[in-house]
Ligand binder design. Structure first.
Ligand SMILES: N[C@@H](Cc1c[nH]c[nH+]1)C(=O)O
Length: 374
């Protein structure tokens, strides 16, 4: 490393300067207010913990994406959190195992992964979400999807759209109506996810081809899915999707992509991805899953969502207007200044004659006990 590299940050990591930090705080506060108003109690979790604790609560969690290292104190493997949902699941299965169900919890914090996601190089992101532990019914899903939309809107997003998926679709179909040799299952999943018709046929998944066309605006795509489901294996899921869409349809544009799997590591029968106008890429995802309990206890079903609002924070901070700030000259009346703060002014006090009100971003100056525009 060269001398002048000493202050560089590693790839994919960055500071938030005041405007961005303000936007981040605004987004968090607005979203948490919504979650709290729906009865979701906030929990806070450590930034790192034993790798095993992060990985073993849900089947499918990928540890290879996590920063891991040996704890010099316990000599055990630690990992930095990459998904707070796993930590909330631990809390639900341990500290809050006896709390009444359904249990509603919310959280936010920074998460890190070794590599960014797709084209996004960021390795640290803000994650903010809610988990409804003890239910994965249609009602639970509808509550969670509505809540995700409301939280995102409160955070400043407009033109929200939601894409539904069925994460365990291939498992369900291959176990019943459309059997596949077990060695082909993963390849079929991947080809469906990549929307690769040729690859799907090569992987022995010809019967799955119609799924590539049951995609698009919800109303038409669900009809295509129903037409494909001649054997009726998916009937209860299709009915559930219709019920969820009927409840949330007025609040966001809905689409269906039943075989989409990007980012769904552990979700079971239902998953969704959430988008907003003017924001590249998705802003979050959620779905149903199962929390493995303490040894000997049954798994518990749950539904939740996580937002990754960094792109929204970026666009809000770029649009942030100048704040109204009041400059307090040397020797100002401290009583008056404190009254101005009490009625909502942000004040900036001069430390010396050299301090310049305009250069310090002030819009007003305290003069004769009044805020006078500069
Ligand atoms: N934590 C998941 C989303 C989720 C929350 N609850 C259920 N699923 C993710 O970030 O991909």
């Amino acid at each position: 490393m060269q001398e002048n590299d000493r202050d560089l940050l590693p790839e994919g990591l960055g500071d938030r300067l005041p405007q961005q930090a303000w936007a981040s705080q605004t987004v968090r506060r607005a979203a948490h207010d919504v979650l709290a108003s729906h009865g979701y109690a906030r929990v806070e979790t450590p930034v790192l913990e034993f790798e095993k604790a992060l990985a073993h609560r849900m089947a499918g969690v990928q540890v290879r994406r996590m920063f891991r290292f040996v704890d010099p104190v316990s000599m055990r493997m630690l990992a930095l959190r990459s998904d707070i949902t796993a930590q909330v699941a631990r809390i639900a299965a341990t500290g809050l195992a006896q709390a009444p169900r359904p249990l509603r919890l919310s959280y936010s914090g920074q998460v890190v992964t070794i590599k960014g996601d797709g084209l996004d190089p960021a390795r640290e992101r803000l994650q903010l979400g809610a988990e409804l532990v003890g239910a994965d019914s249609t009602e639970a899903v509808a509550e969670i999807v509505e809540l995700a939309i409301e939280a995102l809107r409160a955070a400043g997003a407009t033109g929200v759209s939601v894409d539904f998926t069925l994460p365990d679709l291939v498992d369900t179909l291959s176990a019943g109506a459309l059997p596949l040799p077990s060695m082909n299952i993963e390849a079929v999943r991947q080809m469906l996810d990549a929307k690769d018709a040729g690859g799907l046929v090569d992987a022995g998944g010809e019967a799955y081809l119609p799924l590539l066309y049951a995609v698009g605006p919800f109303d038409s795509a669900i009809e295509q899915l129903a037409a494909f489901d001649v054997g009726g294996v998916l009937a209860s899921r299709i009915a559930a999707l219709r019920a969820i869409a009927a409840r949330v349809g007025g609040k966001a544009r809905l689409t269906l992509d039943p075989s989409e799997r990007h980012g769904f590591e552990y979700q079971s029968w239902f998953g969704f991805t959430i988008y907003a106008d003017g924001v590249p890429g998705s802003l979050g995802r959620g779905g149903t899953y199962s929390i493995l309990g303490q040894t000997g206890r049954n798994p518990e079903s749950a539904t939740g969502f996580s937002l990754y609002p960094d792109p929204l924070i970026e666009s809000l901070s770029a649009a942030a207007g100048e704040e109204r700030r009041l400059f307090l000259p040397l020797g100002h009346d401290r009583e008056v200044a404190s009254r101005q703060r009490a009625i909502g002014w942000v004040t900036v006090a001069a430390l010396s004659e050299a301090d310049d009100a305009l250069a310090l971003g002030c819009s007003h100056k305290l003069e004769g006990g009044e805020a006078v525009a500069l």
